[in-house]
Design a protein around this ligand. Structure first.
Ligand code: KG4
Ligand code: ZN
Length: 329
């Protein structure tokens, strides 16, 4: 089954062609980061305009690179949410127009759950159930994925998502945008134990909260004396360590509670080198089987949308899919 995936939920315009939910035939991503960088974050108005300009050429390119025609496609999968409303609408309307014009079925899928499915493209066989952690710019979510691919949502971020915290701390340190990769790099030169930032575990819930950690970084900066040099690499390393420890610990708690020794990661922050290292070493200690997507499938892409579209379609059959843009999924 050939699936065309379309993704426009935030600031990446992406299209991909995937065969049977696992073979990647093409994966085209047009990043808008250069247009948002001067503003220090994504400007929704600019994002939707850029999606409008690029979506058709990107879909064309994805089909060309996969060496298929739109007529060969069996299903169109599109991100229906969550995301920026104006951005989501561009992808959904494009998918609907293609589906109508070429008489193709269409599946609207969850962007957050799609991040988990990046793993199904990278690894040929993933047994289930699994504990899944999605860490991105907009989301920090813990799921339980059952054998039949039904999903139980355990917890979500109560305020800042992990990636958002990286981006905001980078802004506090005037490091540029997006902050995650910059902090990841600078942290390599720093001491992760330089400052003992809080690890917000919220023990009575599966939710996350990173805004206090961001405030702790701000307090640390305010403590510095006038003219004193900011120990940027140390702050980056200590902050990153606190985020990673919290994510690893919470996942370990879920693994224990549900007695599941299989962990799937996904989302832009799972590209973080320290996070990958610490999850892998914890997996060894705990005897987990761990799956982390390759870097190009961690950040936003349409291949993961096509992969989830395929699996949802297999599971739900011909049942009507809701393809209205939605802010909460
Ligand atoms: O999944 P994604 O591409 O978009 C959303 O769905 O939000 O994630 C983007 C987020 C940004 O906050 C970015 O700073 C973060 O992922 N990110 C990283 C790294 N690479 C991207 N955070 C930490 N370390 C990285 N290496
Ligand atoms: Zn994402």
């Amino acid at each position: 089954m050939l699936v065309l995936g379309i993704e426009t939920s935030c600031d990446e315009t992406a299209a991909a062609v995937v065969s049977d939910g696992k073979v990647l035939l093409s994966n085209v991503v047009a990043s808008q980061v250069e247009f948002h960088r001067t503003f220090g974050g994504v400007v929704p108005e600019i994002a939707s305009r850029k999606h409008l300009e690029t979506i058709i050429p990107i879909v064309d390119e994805a089909l060309r690179k996969a060496d298929v025609k739109i007529e060969d496609i069996d299903l169109i999968a599109v991100t229906k949410g969550p995301g920026l409303p104006g951005s989501l609408i561009v992808g959904v309307v494009c998918a609907k127009a293609l589906a109508f014009a070429f008489k193709k079925p269409i599946a609207g899928v969850s962007h957050i759950q799609a991040h988990i499915y990046a793993n199904f493209l990278a690894y040929s066989d993933i047994p289930l159930p699994a504990i899944c952690l999605v860490v991105s710019g907009g989301h920090t979510d813990l799921f339980l994925l059952y054998e039949d691919k039904n999903v139980r949502h355990l917890g979500r971020t109560r305020d800042d998502a992990a990636g958002e915290a990286f981006d905001k701390v980078a802004k506090l340190l005037s490091l540029g945008y997006p902050g995650g990769p910059i902090i990841d790099n600078l942290a390599k030169e720093g001491n992760p134990n330089f400052i003992n930032f809080p690890r917000p575990l919220l023990p009575d819930s599966w939710d996350f909260s990173f805004s206090g950690l961001k405030t702790a970084v701000l307090r640390e900066l305010r403590r510095l004396k006038e003219g004193e040099e900011i120990p940027v690499p140390h702050i980056c390393a200590s902050f990153q360590e606190a985020v990673v420890d919290t994510l690893v610990e919470k996942t370990a708690m879920a693994s224990k509670e549900f007695k599941i020794k299989r962990v799937l990661l996904g989302g832009g922050v799972s590209a973080n080198s320290r996070l990958r290292e610490k999850f892998r070493s914890r997996a060894k200690e705990e005897g987990w089987e761990i799956f982390i997507p390759p870097l190009y499938l961690c950040t936003d892409n349409a291949a993961m949308i096509a992969a989830l579209g395929y699996h949802d379609w297999q599971r739900k059959g011909e049942e009507e899919f809701d393809v209205e843009p939605s802010l909460r999924i």
